[in-house]
Write a protein that binds this ligand. Structure first.
Ligand code: G3P
Length: 220
């Protein structure tokens, strides 16, 4: 499973990238606005930190303008994946941009039918939002299971990116459901490291070792 960071914050991205386990980044207009810099500038800086797919979203709502923005965003860096919303105009833009060889991440997916539309339009990635479905009393993870099954049934190449993941359990469940990618806030990635038995075990190992040896095993 590929791990993407769902943030436009450069400090978080630097910390995550230093661990060597971040495969890409997803941004959206809300996340870009939080950082206060224009999208082209912010995304260019992100591309310098993480070497992998970097999703940058259009803000237009009409096909022609989405395509124009898509062209502009894709020129920022070779790793850019243009994000289009799952609307009628967004699907038309996805079809057109994909036809030109520009990779598109179709976002704001909340049903398996919508995911089929994106695959048929040639999307590179589909982004079903797990947490936001949970928020309205649905089981968001069911959607990931349905989409991975449908895509497998028909051999669609579109990658499933589980988005709106809010906890380590969400990440594990998305992986179990066969999601190709999980995008998560930095806090969730950080939480994946934690286990009380790891801390307790390490403390005991070091205590036992230091009782017998006072020096480090390999001379510095
Ligand atoms: O990037 C889109 C998605 O991951 C947003 O998550 O927590 O705002 O629903 P959230």
């Amino acid at each position: 499973m590929k791990f993407f960071l769902d943030t436009a914050n450069l400090d978080e991205l630097k910390k995550g990238a230093a661990w060597g386990i971040v495969d890409g980044v997803t941004t959206n207009p809300s996340l870009i606005a939080k950082e206060g810099r224009p999208i082209v500038e912010q995304v260019r800086m992100i591309c310098d930190i993480v070497d992998g797919d970097i999703s940058a979203e259009v803000v237009a709502t009409e096909t022609k303008e989405m395509i124009r923005e898509g062209h502009e965003l894709s020129r920022i860096h070779k790793n850019i994946v243009v994000k289009c919303p799952l609307t009628r105009d967004g699907i038309r833009a996805t079809k057109a941009l994909s036809g030109e060889g520009i990779r598109v991440n179709v976002t704001l997916c909340f049903s398996a039918g919508q995911a089929l539309l994106a695959a048929k339009a040639g999307a590179y990635i589909i982004s079903p939002f797990v947490g936001r479905l949970d928020d309205i009393g649905w089981t968001g993870m069911e959607l990931i299971r349905s989409i991975t099954t449908i895509y497998r049934n028909y051999g669609y190449k579109t990658q499933v990116l589980a988005a709106s993941l809010r906890s380590p359990t969400h990440v594990i469940d998305a992986a179990t459901a066969g999601s190709h990618i999980g995008t998560m806030p930095f806090k969730v990635l950080d939480m994946l490291f934690n286990h009380p038995l790891t801390d307790k075990g390490l403390e005991q190992f070091l205590k036992d070792y230091n009782k017998v040896f006072q020096e480090t095993p390999v001379a510095g």
